[in-house]
Design a protein around this ligand. Structure first.
Ligand code: PAF
Length: 283
């Protein structure tokens, strides 16, 4: 397992692999890796001859009042996890390597970015699409792996990869949870012990919503209201959004039908947590 910091080094290594006819999987991350990332890396390792993991806290996907400065970083710890998961290369560039002076190009996607986190974080998905375009062009993988926890990000990536004809298979992987149900996230480290306990309300509320749908409720408003009600039983929770959208175009639905994404964003203290589930209803 090698750690490199420049685009040139990644290109040389991947070129040599390609010469040998090896396939390449890619797991883009912002570091501070946890079991969720590990599951993506393990899947890539099992499906490709070589796996590249990028560790880069991408400044352009954070809004001005967001947590760029305090986002947790620990390359040593990340290196151990990536090594134990069996990947071959970490790409850990400096921001100046990715964004040299006079960097003026951006990649933006509409429709799938209009609602949910896209509405709350206006620069976010432009930053994600731009950095992924660069990373895809640097690594040139056959497959790239993303967690279902960032369900809208996954829909956005699938869309821009299709629209711009990247020859890369985008693979979504299931959410990995703590024993009490909280979805794993690097941002969970921000939570105080009391907030950590309170954060379990996200998965509890979603469970209630899922049960309603499984029991035949098809009115999206009713499911949203029921989820919101459960969230507000937790005094430390402040709801940012509870939404039900079509999982392909990420547009709100009134009636639950086909493949829908039930997504929530909730502040626990000052930490914004997201969670979701996807359900297919064909009746
Ligand atoms: O999901 C993330 O960690 C980031 O948004 C990504 C995909 C690595 C782009 O910076």
């Amino acid at each position: 397992m090698k750690v490199v910091h420049t685009i040139k080094e990644v290109r040389e290594i991947v070129k040599a692999w390609r010469k040998e006819g090896l396939s390449v999987g890619f797991v883009p991350t912002m570091g501070y890796l946890h079991e969720g990332h590990k599951s993506l890396i393990t899947k890539s390792v099992s499906e490709n001859d070589r796996t590249v993991v990028s560790v880069f806290v991408n400044p352009i996907q954070f809004g001005v009042n967001e947590d760029l400065a305090k986002y947790p970083r620990d390359l040593k710890r990340d290196t151990l996890l990536v090594t134990s998961a069996g990947a071959d290369l970490i790409f850990n560039p400096e921001p100046s390597e990715m964004y040299p002076a006079h960097f003026t190009t951006s990649v933006n996607t509409t429709e799938v970015t209009e609602h949910l986190c896209g509405a709350r974080r206006p620069v976010h998905f432009g930053g994600v699409c731009t950095v992924l375009t660069k990373l895809f062009n640097i690594v040139m993988p056959d497959r790239a792996y993303f967690g279902q926890k960032d369900a809208q990000q996954l829909a956005v990536v699938k869309r821009f990869v299709r629209d711009l004809n990247f020859d890369i298979e985008i693979i979504g992987c299931p959410i990995v949870r703590e024993d009490d149900g909280l979805a794993k996230s690097s941002r969970n480290t921000y939570l105080s012990p009391e907030e950590r306990k309170a954060a379990v309300i996200l998965s509890k509320a979603l469970k209630e919503g899922k049960e309603l749908i499984l029991n035949g409720e098809r009115n999206a408003r009713k499911v949203i209201d029921a989820i919101t009600k459960v969230l507000y039983t937790e005094p430390l929770a402040k709801v940012d959004y509870v939404s039900i959208v079509d999982n392909t175009n990420i547009q709100p639905v009134d009636v639950i039908k086909g493949e829908v994404l039930v997504a929530i964003a909730v502040y626990i203290g000052t930490t914004r947590e997201i969670d979701n589930f996807i359900i297919e209803v064909n009746d």
